[in-house]
Design a protein around this ligand. Structure first.
Ligand SMILES: CC(C)(COP(=O)(O)OP(=O)(O)OC[C@H]1O[C@@H](n2cnc3c(N)ncnc32)[C@H](O)[C@@H]1OP(=O)(O)O)[C@@H](O)C(=O)NCCC(=O)NCCS
Length: 190
């Protein structure tokens, strides 16, 4: 027979185990069209990623607020969406024509999730939403021109959404910690 203290400890251990395996509650987000007043937060997220130097080729110096506004929101044909958590921008995506003129039927897109809100499924959701939007707009394909091969999370994520690596640019990116690494062009028909 076990004494009450032992029984209590067993119950406490069981509860501790149960709590450990419980996933952290995820804050709810909505994906919505971006508004001009979101830009300050979008730019802040962009700057964080550019400073890191591991995924985007642009430097902070060249991506002035004006150029960044055009890149994410105001260039012709650009459609920007954000993942919104209680009014805060947790992630940003933009769909735009890959090129003008006779290549206008191919869409291009960009994605960044704020470091505090990663691994919650936001990028996957934004990716699916961008694909649906592009198809609805009449684009025939979506192409990513610059996926850094060392960015395994992104490469795996895009492959899970149906993108294929259709080209490799050897040593196309000067990674902040790994040096010269390959860059993938990823593509899928819609
Ligand atoms: C790449 C990026 C957009 C992913 O955003 P995210 O919201 O964290 O991604 P998700 O939560 O939707 O996760 C997608 C998948 O990747 C996995 N994942 C995400 N972050 C991960 C990490 N750090 N380590 C391991 N797996 C990870 C998730 O578990 C999920 O896998 P599953 O579909 O099998 O469940 C984000 O890391 C980011 O903004 N990086 C910097 C900018 C960038 O690289 N943009 C893309 C350029 S091509």
């Amino acid at each position: 027979m076990s004494c009450p203290a032992m029984k209590r400890r067993r119950v406490q251990n069981k509860m501790a185990k149960k709590n450990k395996s419980k996933p952290k509650p995820r804050p709810a987000y909505v994906i919505r069209p971006a508004r001009l007043e979101d830009f300050e937060e979008i730019y802040d997220i962009f700057c964080k990623v550019l400073t890191e130097g591991k995924t985007y080729s642009y430097t902070l110096a060249e991506m002035t607020p004006e150029r960044s506004l055009a890149y994410w929101m105001s260039a012709p044909g650009t459609y920007c969406m954000v993942a919104d958590i209680d009014g805060k921008v947790a992630g940003v995506s933009a769909v735009r024509p890959h090129r003008t003129g006779r290549a206008h039927h191919v869409a291009n897109a960009s994605f960044i999730v704020h470091p505090d809100y990663r691994k919650m499924g936001i990028a996957k959701d934004m990716g699916r939403t961008a694909l649906k939007y592009a198809k609805k707009q009449g684009y025939l394909a979506m192409q990513f021109n610059f996926v850094v091969s060392a960015n395994k999370v992104a490469v795996d994520l895009w492959q899970s959404l149906g993108f294929k690596i259709v080209g490799t640019l050897p040593k196309g990116f000067d990674h902040a910690t790994k040096g010269l690494v390959d860059v993938y062009i990823m593509h899928q028909f819609l």
